[in-house]
Structure formats: C-alpha cells, structure tokens
Design a binder for this molecule. Structure first.
Ligand code: FMN
Length: 191
C-alpha cells in the first residue's frame, strides 16, 4: 500500500489536516501522521476532536518528540509528505533545516530523498520572512499550496471549501480526489 506522511502544525485550519487524513485513507493510502504540540492545541480549540480521535483514524500516529519514529528515516519509503496546515514557525524551521521536532525532521528527510513535499501555509498578511522562506523552499521543489478558497465552483458550505482545498492537495500526489467538483469549462450562474 502507498504511504503518505501527514504533518499537522499549529496554524489555524486543523480541519484541513483532518480532512486530508481522511481523504488519503479513503483513497487506500496508508497515513503516517505527526501532530506538533501547537497542532494539537489548535485541533482541540478549533474542532471537537482530540488527538486520540486522530490516532484512531490514522494508520500510525507518531509523537512529535519521537525522533526514532519510522518517518525520521529515508529508508522508510513513502510517496512524500504534506504539512496541513503549516505554521510560519514550521515553514521557517524547514526552510533553514533547523528542525526541532518530528514534523521538521520528517520534512527534512522527504527533501533529502527528493520526494514531493507539499506545504499548506496559513497566515495573513504575509511578511517578508514568510515570503522569502516560501520562495527558498519553492526553489528546492517544494509545492507551496496556500489554502485559498475557490468560488468558481460555487461552494455552498465550509465543507465544500475545505474539500476543494483538500482535493488540490491529493492532486499533487496523483491520488484520486473526485469528492470535489473540478472546473468543467462551463460558465454558469450560481444557484
Ligand atoms: C488559535 C491559534 C491560531 C494560530 N494560527 C496561526 C496561523 O494561522 N499561522 C501561523 O503561522 N501560526 C499560528 N499560530 C501560532 C502557532 O501555533 C505558533 O507559532 C506555534 O509555535 C507553531 O508551532 P508548530 O509549528 O510547531 O506547530 C496560532 C496559534 C493559536 C493558538
């Protein structure tokens, strides 16, 4: 079974991480999840979920302090990693190779193995440090995928907005994501 590494950090938008986890699992991909300390805090603040709920939904949940975890080695083969949502703190740590937890270490491993790394950075507005870190990572091949809502597909709910963003994440890994309507080239009025 293909394996994906998923990081959830302490930026707003924990629901995006949870939905990404569920979508990869539904597509038959093993999910190897690590949640930072502040990722857990925001998860519990923004949703009705606890970390143990994610343990039950993931193939494997690793402690963010566990540097001996399988995902901290390049010998554990995966299809890559997505960090969703990605805080500016984790973005900076990865850009500088100064990782202090397993989210950063797993990202560093994916970079050294030249595997796809997708970051879903959430902050607004952005300062020069944020922008420079994104550019630095983009030049290394990292896909920077801000969780911007699209309105051309006429979302009717927050779930629709979340699904659209999560579908674009799965697209980056070539994993089928037909739960969100794609642009079909037809202009039509919203109902
Ligand atoms: C409710 C809440 C919302 C936050 N939202 C953001 C955010 O959208 N973007 C961001 O970069 N940091 C945000 N932060 C700050 C991060 O949680 C903080 O920088 C933390 O150190 C990130 O650590 P991590 O990258 O290890 O998860 C938020 C913090 C809280 C408590």
């Amino acid at each position: 079974m293909p394996k994906i590494v998923i990081g959830i950090t302490g930026a707003s938008g924990a629901v995006l991480g949870v939905r990404t986890l569920d979508a990869f699992a539904a597509a038959g991909v093993e999910t190897h999840l690590v949640v930072s300390r502040w990722g857990q805090q925001t998860l519990e603040h923004e949703t009705a979920l606890k970390l143990d709920d994610l343990r039950a939904r993931a193939t494997q949940l690793y402690s963010s302090g566990d540097m001996a975890a399988a995902i901290s080695s390049g010998s554990f083969r995966t299809m890559g990693m997505v960090i969703v949502p990605c805080s500016m703190h984790s973005l900076a740590a990865i850009a500088l190779g100064m990782g202090e937890n397993l989210v950063h270490r797993a990202a560093d491993v994916v970079l050294k193995e030249r595997l796809p790394l997708v970051l879903v950075p959430r902050e607004t507005p952005l300062n020069e440090i944020h922008l420079e870190n994104m550019l630095r990572l983009s030049r290394m091949g990292v896909r920077i995928l801000p969780p911007n809502p699209a309105f051309y597909n006429h979302p009717a709910s927050v779930e629709d907005v979340v699904d659209h963003i999560v579908a674009r994440i799965l697209d980056q890994f070539g994993v089928s994501a037909e739960f969100s309507r794609r642009w079909d080239g037809v202009m039509r009025h919203a109902r």
